[in-house]
Write a protein that binds this ligand. Structure first.
Ligand SMILES: Nc1ncnc2c1ncn2[C@@H]1O[C@H](COP(=O)(O)OP(=O)(O)O)[C@@H](O)[C@H]1O
Ligand SMILES: [Mg+2]
Length: 262
């Protein structure tokens, strides 16, 4: 049985969609069967990033009860599958978000990982995305407002009896005043699954006419490697890095690992 991993943050714009797409591709490259679900049913971006244009059936149709989940599963890059969200505002207002729970559970026997891209905030759509999961992975920026908001989501998960796996710290730039990964772990009492640098490459991968996840746009960049590292940790293929000085050795280790034929 696979895992249903919901990626949530509280605050918007911290990188949930970026993490969902790139982690999905990294897990697929490791040989896992991966489905992404865009559960940001109001402000969907995931299909744009994955390169899926105007899919005829979407999560909106499933949540309205007019289509079955299997009808909305599309092919994405590197072998991943995706259920896109719809764009219609009126459909968004009519959907029954709680249906997501049975949708994810009905598909999990076909996949190793279902990654759910949650909306921002803690409204009923977020609660459904969290309740549909077997595990929640939180993401934050290294700033106080972002950490405060993700802390709220952690509390919501605990109230829903949902397991929080840990935290990913995104947009790390080592600017003075940034909260360190260690401090964030201490504040949230959660393990970290890795950090992702603030990177022009990732920004660019959203700005280009043809938007692409960084793992496809620039697969050899350090930021692409940070998503691979998170995928390795998640899948239990633990890689131990003792200290920062070992970083370059670690990246060459990753390079060796990913250049191996499956
Ligand atoms: N590590 C990063 N470095 C630079 N820009 C990033 C990084 N992660 C995400 N972004 C940018 O931040 C914006 C919001 O990211 P997104 O994944 O859509 O956030 P969310 O889904 O949480 O709202 C996008 O323009 C994206 O390219
Ligand atoms: Mg998003």
């Amino acid at each position: 049985m696979g895992e249903i991993l919901t990626i949530a943050s509280g605050k918007g714009g911290v990188g949930k969609t970026t993490l969902t797409a790139n982690l999905g591709i990294a897990l697929s490259d490791l040989g896992f069967k991966v489905l992404l679900i865009d559960a940001d049913i109001a402000m969907s971006n995931l299909s744009l990033l994955i390169g899926l244009e105007n899919p005829p059936i979407t999560l909106h149709d499933i949540l309205l009860g007019s289509s079955s989940a299997q009808d909305a599963v599309y092919d994405g890059p590197n072998g991943i599958k995706i259920i896109p969200s719809g764009l219609s505002i009126s459909n968004y207002q009519r959907v029954d978000a709680e249906r997501l729970i049975s949708v994810a559970k009905s598909l999990i026997s076909d996949f190793d990982y279902i990654l759910i891209d949650a909306p921002a905030g803690i409204d009923k759509n977020v609660l459904s995305a969290i309740s549909a999961s077997t595990q929640v992975l939180l993401i934050t920026e290294p700033t106080s407002p972002s950490v405060a908001d993700v802390f709220k989501v952690k509390i919501v998960c605990e109230r829903l009896n949902q397991k929080v796996l840990g935290i990913v710290v995104n947009k790390v730039s080592s600017t003075k005043g940034e909260i360190s990964e260690k401090e964030i772990m201490k504040m949230l009492e959660l393990p970290s699954y890795g950090t992702i640098p603030y990177s022009a490459d990732i920004r660019e991968s959203f700005l280009l006419k043809k938007i692409k996840p960084i793992l496809i746009h620039n697969p050899n960049s350090p930021s692409a490697n940070s998503f691979r590292y998170i995928a390795i940790r998640l899948s239990g293929r633990e890689v131990k890095v003792k200290d920062e000085k070992k970083k370059s050795g670690f990246f060459s280790f990753l390079k060796r690992l990913f250049s191996k034929k499956k």
